[in-house]
Design a protein around this ligand. Structure first.
Ligand code: GLP
Length: 263
């Protein structure tokens, strides 16, 4: 796992976008992005959009797969992840909407929708680079604590903590859905590279557990310790509880220029 500790949100976005762009360029014009909702990856999307605008990155033929979707909202609801991804990813990055996918949380047959999503990801050749945030309880996607470390896309029940955290997007807590479809931890682990982004002190405990704690379903993101190409890009506040923060800073500071993600 590579840990990059940054001094500002903008630097977090730049480093994460540079890493994602590096993988996309290597993958070629049909690169497959894994995309996440939430505030954490927004600076990365800004960085990617700048690269697309300047012509240093072409995503016009790229595909994207979102991690998750609520169950229980009407199709087209502005807080449905299909809409959030359209606003924050598809439009700013100039992706072809026909190549951007979210799990169909509006389907009558949700189990079939999950199986179909796995088939669509496989049909696209798998995800080249998965962008991730992390929940305050260590979830990635909507894989709540106790999720199977080898799970695939499926229906999950949101914890009270997650519903409280996401309440800010809805008029009241009762409006926050209780269920969702989410890529499983096994699905996420199949991505060829992973870039996890976190900012702020509210994520410090989750980051400590994810990076330095034991691999456990009680911190679902800790499964990334098994990933060969996982990059964790965080700000100083999110790094505050890391025991080896000095080591990570020194490692990145002395990384040879050809290995850095600063293009
Ligand atoms: C939601 C999403 C996650 C995201 C998390 C953190 O629960 N399903 O994919 O990582 O929120 O969100 P934020 O980045 O806004 O803190």
């Amino acid at each position: 796992m590579e840990i990059v500790i940054c001094s500002s949100t903008q630097q977090v976005g730049d480093v994460a976008a540079a890493r994602v762009a590096q993988v996309c360029r290597a993958a070629g014009p049909n690169a497959v992005l894994g995309v996440a909702t939430g505030s954490s990856p927004l600076s990365c999307y800004t960085g990617l959009a700048e690269r697309v605008r300047s012509g240093s990155l072409d995503l016009s033929r790229a595909s994207a797969f979102a991690l998750d979707e609520y169950v229980g909202l009407p199709r087209g609801h502005e807080e449905s992840y299909a809409e959030v991804i359209r606003r924050t990813v598809t439009e700013p990055l100039g992706l072809d909407p026909a190549r951007v996918h979210t799990p169909d949380g509006f389907a009558d047959d949700l189990e079939a929708a999950c199986a179909d999503y796995e088939r669509r990801i496989a049909g696209a050749g798998g995800v080249d680079v998965q962008i991730l945030g992390v929940g305050a309880n260590g979830h990635i996607g909507f894989n709540e604590p106790s999720s199977s470390l080898s799970s695939r896309t499926r229906i999950k029940t949101l914890t009270d903590r997650t519903r409280e955290d996401n309440r800010r997007f809805f008029a009241e807590l009762d409006d926050v859905p209780r269920h969702c479809l989410t890529q499983g931890l096994g699905t996420i682990m199949d991505a060829r590279a992973v870039v996890l982004i976190a900012q702020g002190g509210g994520k410090a405990r989750a980051i400590r557990n994810l990076v330095e704690g034991p691999i456990t379903a009680m911190c679902p993101g800790s499964v990334l310790q098994f990933h060969r190409y996982a990059t964790v890009v965080i700000d100083d506040a999110a790094a505050a509880e890391l025991q080896h923060a000095d080591y990570y800073r020194e490692t990145y500071a002395h990384k040879p220029s050809w290995q850095r993600f600063e293009n």
